[in-house]
Design a protein around this ligand. Sequence first.
Ligand code: PLP
Length: 396
Amino acid sequence: MVIKPAKRTNAIEYAVRDVVVVAKQAAAAGKELLYLNIGDPNQFDFMTPLHMVEAVSQAMLANNNGYSPSDGIPDAVEAIRRQAQRNGIAEPRHVFVTTGASEAIEIALTALAEPGDNVLTPSPGYPLYTAVLAKLNVQNNPYYLDEENGWQPDVDDIAKKIDDRTRAIVIINPNNPTGSVASKETLTRLCELAIERNIVVFADEIYDKLLLGDARHHSIGALSDDLCCMTFNGLSKSYLVPGFRIGWGIASGPQKQLAGYIEAMQKITRARLCASHPMQYAIVPALEGPQDHLDDVRARLTRRRDLTVEQLNAIPGISCVPPQGAFYAFPRLALGVADKVFNEGLIREHGVVCVHGSGFGQKPGTEHIRVVFLPPEEILARAYRAIGEYAARYHG
Ligand code: PLP
């Protein structure tokens, strides 16, 4: 008899890895592939700072290979708390270390929302949220980012979509897949709305140190002591160790309002024992050790962003809002073809692997692809030439 999988898996889609199936077929057919689909800096010319690797090896040699406390090793928790305070979150109420920011997000959602509740998530946005919500039987309630306004969250759209079952508003800042950085004005409006409607804000700030050019980042959790806020971050992106799987969650806001919620999150963290113990030893050296790799990463990414925007905007039928952070661009296609069809053709015919915009959510009637501009300039230039050639067949 066939083993029937649970229905809750039906709605789970993760376009970033789903395109790999098509890419593998193209590779088997002899295509050389240019990967612009995965946000993993270590697949390109970005190396983990050595002092973090040394700290982890020393921890392993010192036999710190057993379980750790469920919330994380105390030194790491304290370093995260200090980092949050440097970002303006005066009083972090609870800090817990997790298997990537992904696990912190899953724990925070699991402890908060009941089946039938809904959570506002950005569209476009990172598909982890919709996957976790599907698993929890919680409704995804997408709100739009405004492409005409540099992909800022549309606070009026958020206000319209809040109902009495809305439990959280997710903001990804800087955003994946658009690279937009929310302005202080947008964040202030969002913060006021969340306080007024008694809704928790989930601030995913995993790219907060990867700012391009002179972009500035503000943590929404720092804007008001009255905001119930979960801030998520981790080592994966800014510290070039996505494979370490180290992230964290920070709860801030009025203690009275948060106490029960924090206890619920702690029950879950205890039940899953702990994040990787030796890897947690990278947290203090990352957050409080030398930061010089960041200047170099930002300079390289800024050059790659500039090349991306210039070359994509030169292609008839493609327009690209300049990203301000992270390493993603989300160019719009006005080519009279669905983005999934365009993306698949691009992989099969030119070996350029991007991700179709519909995998992240977008306004009906619009089409996009997501480009990861982590690869070196010569690879990017080749990829954009191929995108231009392929687009010409639709545009012409
Ligand atoms: N949040 C966003 C917006 C991301 O883009 C990613 C990874 O791409 C994550 C969270 C996952 O981060 P982690 O590796 O810490 O689980």
